[in-house]
Design a protein around this ligand. Structure first.
Ligand SMILES: Nc1ncnc2c1ncn2[C@@H]1O[C@H](COP(=O)(O)OP(=O)(O)OP(=O)(O)O)[C@@H](O)[C@H]1O
Length: 274
């Protein structure tokens, strides 16, 4: 097993190596493979959408990008490289460093990520201190990250129930940014939010990609949301990627009937295309 940490570059003048490179990934519960992926890559500054209906294997793929898929009880084989470091079979200690430090999860419901009896800032500061920051540095970093997600410092002192769903999602994003994550795994991060707030969160993520060069793996069953945000969309079905292409090409001329079905089920997208 490799312990190599890539710099993101393979040599002078070479194209940057992918920040996330998945090859031959199989995630199985017993004899059944829930995910069977030949290849999936994501570069710094790129937003990749993972589409597909319920059960297609999107969330498991996102978890695998954080070395978390095996915690579902699945057998995980193949290769998942994050910034050059192999995650499959890596010791938990190394995975803990990479989580947050290199890649962070933005969950569907951020309320589960915050302790309900503590101000959200306590959770953020604790995570930063676990990753090695002193008290002062953790506070400074947290405040800076809150500014980047367009929240005030005083929001750190609020309890989860005192923040709206959108604000709480911003704090979850701030935590990933503060930890120094260069890849955000956003698993249906907007599906619990109303359409206006959904658009604000997507604009925020796009802005962070532009200003910080973050890579984002955005999981959603909603092709309209993905089409508005992503550079590329990979369509999953039955654990496999059946189509992985630049967004305009995939939306404009889908190769697969299944992709056409997903597009037809995204009325907002059809409306904006008309
Ligand atoms: N812990 C588990 N035990 C058994 N099967 C599981 C487990 N977790 C996921 N699966 C199965 O793996 C398949 C893929 O699940 P996954 O959650 O990745 O799908 P998804 O595309 O994200 O769907 P959804 O949009 O509903 O979350 C599903 O058929 C699911 O039932």
């Amino acid at each position: 097993m490799s312990t190599e940490q890539g710099s993101g570059e393979t040599g002078p003048g070479a194209a940057p190596a992918p920040l996330l490179a998945v090859r031959g990934l199989r995630i199985a519960f017993g004899p059944r493979a829930a995910v069977d992926l030949d290849e999936l890559t994501l570069r710094s500054g790129e937003i990749l959408g993972l589409a597909g209906e319920s059960g297609a294997g999107k969330s498991l793929t996102g978890l695998a990008a954080l070395g978390l898929a095996r915690h579902t009880g699945a057998e995980v084989t193949g290769s998942v490289r994050l910034d050059g470091a192999e995650l499959v079979g890596a010791p938990e200690r190394r995975l803990r460093r990479l989580r947050g430090g290199t890649a962070a999860l933005i969950p569907q419901s951020p309320s589960g990520a915050f302790n309900p009896v503590l101000p959200v800032g306590a959770t953020v500061l604790r995570a930063l201190r676990l990753h090695g920051d002193g008290r002062g540095a953790a506070r400074r970093r947290a405040v800076e990250a809150m500014r980047m997600v367009r929240l005030e410092e005083e929001h750190l002192d609020r309890y989860p129930h005192q923040l709206s769903g959108g604000q709480l999602q911003r704090v979850a994003i701030a935590l990933g940014v503060a930890l120094g994550a260069r890849l955000l795994i956003a698993d249906e991060p907007t599906s619990a939010l109303d359409v206006t707030v959904q658009a604000e969160i997507c604009a925020l993520l796009a802005g962070l990609r532009d200003s910080e060069g973050l890579a984002i793996l955005f999981v959603s069953h909603d092709l309209a949301v993905l089409a508005g945000l992503c550079d590329r969309i990979a369509v999953m079905r039955g654990g496999r990627v059946i189509e992985d292409r630049p967004t305009a090409e995939l939306v404009g001329a889908p190769h697969h009937d299944y992709t056409r079905e997903l597009l037809a089920a995204a009325p907002r997208l059809e409306a904006s295309d008309a």
